[in-house]
Write a protein that binds this ligand. Structure first.
Ligand SMILES: C[S@@+](CC[C@H](N)C(=O)[O-])C[C@H]1O[C@@H](n2cnc3c(N)ncnc32)[C@H](O)[C@@H]1O
Length: 341
């Protein structure tokens, strides 16, 4: 009998507690820094979450880039909400920055840089762009951004750098005091973060008195989610789920993917639910940590929080930022908020 079980469950050990053991793959350890691994383990232990921001790293960069190019660009509904909102706000942004001859664009969470292509082209035509800086937690997406941007705009200065905007402000050497900086945080990324106010405070700390922060998010009431997964919640979450299974070493038959409204975070989440007791063993590479997860427990692998306008203003207020202008798309599903210190 014992032989039969072990042959059925390849790559798994049993401890005395009978938990199945998952051992993260070698790819897992190469993609993350030691500090990121420790954060990830802590998030798993204390709040049963693998922060979504880590899923853009390594092969996750391709997942996002493919998702963006295959599903976001051709889809009429989401059809470039960001591009349309940047188009709608072009004149406002231009007028607001007239006391500087040129602007620097600092795109935080730049992804593949697609959403800013049209905006940069228009700025360039007016001779108003000095430099584009792409910042991201994913080194691999920074590579994609660089490849795209330098092909589209070989004559515009391009810089990129790693950042985790929840943990640090933008380093001073990337800021250019002689021009106005326009910080972009697009792709409804603010709604995916755990520490939204911390991130906003980090933006605030990096901004000068004439600088602008431009962010987008979905707007609406999270608790009234209709239970139908769409867009990122459907496609992106599914791909992340499969990759986590593979990279952490959880067998497909021992878990399932569920989406739901989570009252605690007032967000729609995608959770990996365990159907078997598991121990995730991070002890290779000297990190002597294990996380025990019981049957029926869930870990969050994707999350999104829509803002209602008063709440967004409140979070900006807590971060000492003021909302100076905003607009929504024609379906009233997304907002572009323009802020100053
Ligand atoms: C939803 S995608 C949006 C990408 C792009 N701005 C767009 O609109 O298509 C989120 C991007 O932000 C990055 N990101 C997520 N969390 C981050 C964090 N805490 N700090 C820096 N970048 C982050 C991801 O790697 C990814 O490139």
């Amino acid at each position: 009998m014992a032989e039969k079980i072990s042959s059925n469950l390849q790559n798994q050990d049993f401890s005395i507690t009978n938990n199945r053991i998952a051992k993260p793959s070698s790819e897992f350890y190469t993609v993350f820094s030691q500090q990121e691994i420790l954060h990830l383990i802590d998030a798993l232990k204390t709040r049963r979450e693998i922060p979504l921001k880590y899923s853009y790293k390594g092969a996750g960069a391709n997942i996002w880039d493919n998702f963006y190019r295959k599903l976001i660009i051709p889809n009429w509904y989401r059809s470039n909400v960001e591009i349309q909102l940047l188009r709608d706000n072009f004149q406002y942004l231009n007028e607001k920055t007239q006391n500087s001859q040129k602007v620097n664009i600092i795109d935080v969470g730049a992804g593949n840089s697609y959403p800013v292509k049209e905006y940069i082209r228009k700025l360039d035509k007016l001779g108003r762009i000095d430099r584009y800086t792409a910042l991201d937690i994913s080194e691999e997406l920074l590579e994609v951004s660089k490849r795209n941007f330098t092909r589209w705009f070989p004559f515009i200065k391009y810089t990129n750098s790693y950042i985790d905007i929840e943990n640090s402000s933008i380093p001073e050497y990337l800021l250019h005091q002689n021009n106005i900086n326009i910080f972009l945080h697009l792709g409804v990324t603010i709604g995916n973060l755990q520490h939204r106010v911390k991130a906003l405070k980090n933006f605030r700390q990096s901004m000068g008195k004439n600088d602008l922060l431009v962010l987008t998010n979905e707007i609406g009431n999270n608790s009234q989610w209709d239970g139908i997964a769409r867009g990122g919640c459907y496609y992106h979450a599914e791909q992340i789920y499969q990759r986590i299974n593979k990279n952490i070493g959880i067998q497909h038959q021992d878990c399932q993917l569920i989406r739901k409204y989570d009252k605690k975070t007032d967000s729609v989440v995608a959770n990996l639910k365990f159907t078997y007791d598991y121990t995730i063993d991070f002890s290779s590479t000297g990190i002597n940590k294990k996380v025990e997860i019981s049957k029926d427990e869930e870990i969050t692998i994707w999350r999104h929080h829509k803002h209602q306008l008063p709440e967004l203003i409140q979070e900006l207020d807590q971060s000492e930022l003021q909302l100076v202008h905003h607009s929504t798309n024609k379906y009233q599903s997304h907002i572009m908020a323009i802020c100053k210190i």
